[in-house]
Design a protein around this ligand. Structure first.
Ligand SMILES: Cc1cc2nc3c(=O)[nH]c(=O)nc-3n(C[C@H](O)[C@H](O)[C@H](O)COP(=O)(O)OP(=O)(O)OC[C@H]3O[C@@H](n4cnc5c(N)ncnc54)[C@H](O)[C@@H]3O)c2cc1C
Length: 400
């Protein structure tokens, strides 16, 4: 049986970054990453908006606040060092009414606490950045928000991982844990320590090790529509003020690395974990358990979830999605938004006891294993400092 000091399950941005961090701290260690797909980037890390967030959304006591500003700075420096394309286009956060203004003011306070630049702009100042922008009275301007192609970042990280002597085995799926070794689709593997960075399956794997007792992952689908008009380029990302009670940022205009734009992502409850398109990767037992959880939330406990589900499901309609994006910029016409882009699915953690969607990253572990349970947005941005933090927790009893 193959033996390692560290086995990492899942080669998303978190698994790759954690592996590199362990290599830095323990240069001689034998490290393996197993990945069930034939390449990296098949799930969230390769299917996101590619936005390097600035860090003004999150309350100061959160891990998200702790890591976003630093992660943004780190990835910018990394991209520049490795000649990876980056668009320093910034972001405008716009409002539509008085209630939004209150939430925007809360974001200014959070930005100040998190030491993040987020400036108050009038409509005319905002229009100097993007003439088509629409906002009620004022907007927020984030000059440090940038955009990358996430797959270019992943490709570079894979090269770093391989150059540092860490093995990545593709098409190898974690199946079970027997208390000492793990069973994979290509046989048993033994390690002194296991790190679970398996995204949409992190909760299931954690349960095999005795963790994630209060949690389950609910998948939320993010659909995007691409703007196909060459004459309607935007200068910056335009986001609405989000509902601060849920973890999603709302449909927005994202600039892509080639300067075009897309609208989305939705946050539509999905019915199985990899429910990207039609019946692809349909899984009956996931369908049964996820639908049960979603129905429970919908009918019993959580008005936030009920409103979210109602609103989001309508966004399968292009018309509805475009109508929402049209509140943020003029000249947004349905005819320019007919092409769906590659969707992504968020591995959103639900606390089954409190019946609430978890807002922050969650980590659990002990002397044998560590489980990264809620690596949702902005974990791509946070990946480097978040991984340093994860590595500091190796071997400890952790419930964060
Ligand atoms: C629609 C959308 C938009 C987003 N936009 C942004 C953004 O603009 N900016 C930002 O910072 N963040 C964004 N995010 C969040 C970001 O993409 C994620 O937080 C991040 O990619 C999580 O990385 P990960 O490594 O934990 O997960 P993943 O990328 O999902 O990686 C997990 C890996 O584990 C593998 N795996 C799963 N099960 C097993 C198994 N049993 N055996 C072996 N391997 C397994 C999977 O195949 C996968 O490759 C977005 C996410 C989504 C879905």
């Amino acid at each position: 049986m193959d033996k390692y000091e560290f086995v990492i399950i899942g080669a998303g941005i978190i698994g790759l970054s954690v592996a590199l961090e362990i290599r830095k701290k323990r240069p001689g260690s034998k490290i393996l990453i197993i990945e069930k797909e034939e390449s990296v980037g098949c799930h969230a890390s390769g299917r996101n908006s590619g936005v390097l967030h600035a860090g003004f959304y999150y309350t100061a006591d959160s891990l998200k606040a702790k890591f976003t500003r630093l992660g943004n700075e780190y990835l910018k420096a990394y991209c520049s060092k490795k000649n990876i394309r980056i668009n320093h286009c910034g972001k405008l956060v716009v409002t539509k009414d008085e209630a939004d203004l209150n939430s925007l003011n809360e974001l200014f306070l959070r930005a100040e606490k998190n030491k993040v630049v987020f400036q108050e702009y009038s409509l005319s100042q905002a229009q100097k950045i993007e003439p088509r922008v629409l906002t009620y009275k004022k907007a927020g301007w984030s000059p440090n928000t940038s955009v990358v192609n996430p797959n270019e970042v992943l490709k570079s990280l894979v090269a770093d991982v391989e150059a540092s002597g860490i093995s990545i085995k593709y098409n190898v799926q974690y199946k079970a844990f027997d208390g000492k070794s793990i069973l994979t689709s290509s046989g048993p593997v033994q390690s002194d320590f296991y790190i679970n960075t398996a995204g949409l399956y992190a909760d299931k794997i954690a349960k095999d090790f005795g963790f994630s007792q209060n949690f389950t992952i609910l998948p939320f689908k993010g659909l995007y529509l691409s703007c196909t008009s060459k004459n309607k380029k935007l200068n910056t990302n335009i986001y609405p003020v989000p509902n601060l009670n849920n973890p999603f940022l709302g449909v927005h205009h994202t600039i892509t690395i080639d300067g075009s734009s897309k609208i989305g992502p939705t946050a539509i409850p999905a019915f199985w974990r990899e429910h990207y398109d039609g019946l692809q990767r349909f899984n009956l037992s996931e369908f049964a358990s996820i639908t049960k959880e979603e129905m429970r939330l919908f009918f019993n406990s959580d008005p936030t979830f009920r409103t979210l589900a109602f609103e989001e499901i309508k966004k399968y309609s292009k018309k509805k999605l475009v109508r929402e994006a049209a509140l943020q910029a003029s000249g947004v016409d349905l005819k320019d938004y007919q092409v769906w882009c590659k969707p992504g699915i968020r591995a959103q953690l639900l606390n089954v006891k409190t019946k609430k969607l978890e807002m922050d990253f969650k980590i659990e572990g002990d002397s044998k294993s560590l489980h990264v349970l809620n690596a949702v947005s902005p974990a791509f941005t946070c990946s480097q400092p978040f991984s340093e933090y994860i590595c500091e927790l190796i071997g400890q009893e952790v419930k964060i």
